[in-house]
Design a protein around this ligand. Structure first.
Ligand code: SAM
Length: 446
């Protein structure tokens, strides 16, 4: 009888994913992680010990793009220690750069655009057989395996409603990098939500660049119908959706936000500017007055609503007066939080032709003034919440020992002392707000 061959223990292969950008990129990273884990490749927090490194990139602003290239430069050095290491560029920069990225970074192994994320497992195998793959573009048939999504460690389950965007705002590269808008059929969305509820997720976040523009493919249903269908599924404790487009909000959608207690009283509604002339040049399709009126309707339907927004400063041709109008809008609307960015010219977009560039120092100064104004407002709002009680979902540990963190239904960050018995991550605990910081609340468990 021949002897059995000796089994040599081999360390499992590892992968490392670095993610930039929006929630859609976060979900794409979970989908890529899930596919690698199905192949027996395990996650690591240390890029230097990885066999597969993926950079899931964002190209909304130029800086994010530069960061990805500089990171690729750092990671390719790991190939000196590990000849088997594969490095992939994924996400929006991947779609934008395609072949060019392979020419620019000689050690780059493959390029995967956002619409091709479902093919990652095959792309890795093809690379192991020698092919440097460029998988970009927007095929009609796409793979989306809801069983191959690594959702571990998350308290919320994310579900894509719409891929791509058809809005063509003059500053934005997303329609180029994520392709034309495609709504997922309601049945697929509900199947994925049920799947997440079976796994024990209590919070569901619906995703799309213009999430409230969802339409049943080939049917009559719109986002108000979808909200109704998801909010009434047994087990959905918290329902969020991001990002809403102001022009696409209908009175029926506003009514649903007011009717279902499990739809969280938090809404991200990017305004971009408070000046009608700038909004027109941006191609947003609404006026300042229409935006303010929508915010008023939403607050009337849901008085505890926390509104957040995005603002771009220094859009081509933005005058001092137009910027002052944006400050005025921020003053009037009193956002719970605000994300503001200096305008960054993007390839192939119309905005650079629509006005003279704003001096970068002027744009920086405007950004600082906007942040300062918002911080004062935010601190005032947070102070007004002292004494209120909230059910918070426990999301993590604080920086100091004995502290934990959570999110209120209105999405505010809360720091609280664990007390004798720390709350389980993902569980819900009741707290009373005891103090206010600019970007978070301090609370006690009750
Ligand atoms: N689809 C959403 C919308 O337009 O309402 C937002 C999508 S984008 C990923 C997120 C934010 O990035 C935008 O709301 C905008 O404020 C900002 N942004 C997009 N393009 C930009 C640019 N060229 N320069 C600076 N900020 C930009």
């Amino acid at each position: 009888m021949t002897a059995l061959p000796t089994i040599v223990a081999k360390a499992p292969r590892r992968f490392y994913i670095e993610t930039w950008g929006c929630q859609m990129n976060e979900l794409d990273s979970q989908r890529m992680a899930g596919q690698l884990m199905q192949q027996g490749i395990l996650p690591t927090r240390a890029p230097e010990e990885a066999d597969v490194i993926l950079l899931n990139s964002c190209s909304v602003r130029d800086k994010a793009e530069q960061k990805v290239y500089s990171r690729l430069g750092e990671y390719r050095l790991f190939k000196r220690q590990n000849a088997d290491l594969l490095i992939g560029l994924c996400g929006c920069v991947a779609q934008q750069e395609g072949e060019r990225a392979l020419d620019r970074v000689p050690d780059l192994d493959f390029v995967v655009g956002p619409a091709r994320v479902g093919e990652l497992a095959q792309i890795v195998s093809r690379r192991r057989q020698g092919e440097r793959v460029v998988a970009t573009g927007f095929p009609e048939e796409r793979t989306y395996d809801i069983d191959a999504v690594a959702r571990s460690g998350e308290y919320k389950g994310m579900v894509t409603l719409i891929e791509g965007c058809d809005k063509n705002c003059t500053f934005c590269i997303v329609p180029t990098t994520r392709g034309p808008e495609r709504s997922r059929p309601l049945a697929n969305v509900l199947a994925e939500v049920r799947h997440l509820l079976d796994y024990g997720f209590q919070e569901i976040e619906l995703l799309g660049q213009t999430v409230n523009h969802w339409r049943e493919p080939g049917g009559d249903l719109d986002f108000a119908d979808l909200l109704e269908a998801v909010a009434t599924l047994p087990g959905v404790c918290r329902l969020r959706f991001i990002t809403s487009y102001p022009r696409d909000f209908t009175p029926r959608m506003v009514e649903k936000v007011g009717t279902h207690a499990n739809i969280c009283p938090y809404l991200h509604l990017p305004v971009q500017s408070g000046a009608d002339n700038v909004l027109r040049r941006m191609g947003r399709g609404y006026t300042r007055e229409q935006y303010v009126d929508l915010a008023r309707q939403l607050r009337a339907a849901r008085p505890d609503l926390a509104l957040s927004t995005d603002i771009i400063v220094g859009f081509p041709g933005e005058s001092d007066d137009e910027f002052e109008q944006t400050l005025g809008l921020v003053e009037e609307t009193r956002f719970a939080s605000l994300y503001a960015f200096k305008y960054s010219p993007r390839p192939g977009t119309a905005a650079p032709r629509l006005g003279a560039p704003v001096d970068p120092d002027v744009a920086s100064e405007r950004l600082q003034r906007l942040f300062a104004r918002q911080e004062t407002i935010q601190k005032e709002i947070n102070l007004s919440l002292v004494g209120k009680e909230y059910d918070v979902v426990v999301t993590g540990w604080g920086r100091e020992p004995g502290m934990q963190m959570g999110r209120t239904p209105c999405h505010r960050i809360v720091h609280f002392a664990t007390g004798a018995e720390p709350a389980d991550l993902g569980s819900v605990t009741r707290v009373r707000v005891a103090g206010a910081l600019t970007h978070s609340l301090k609370a006690e468990r009750v």
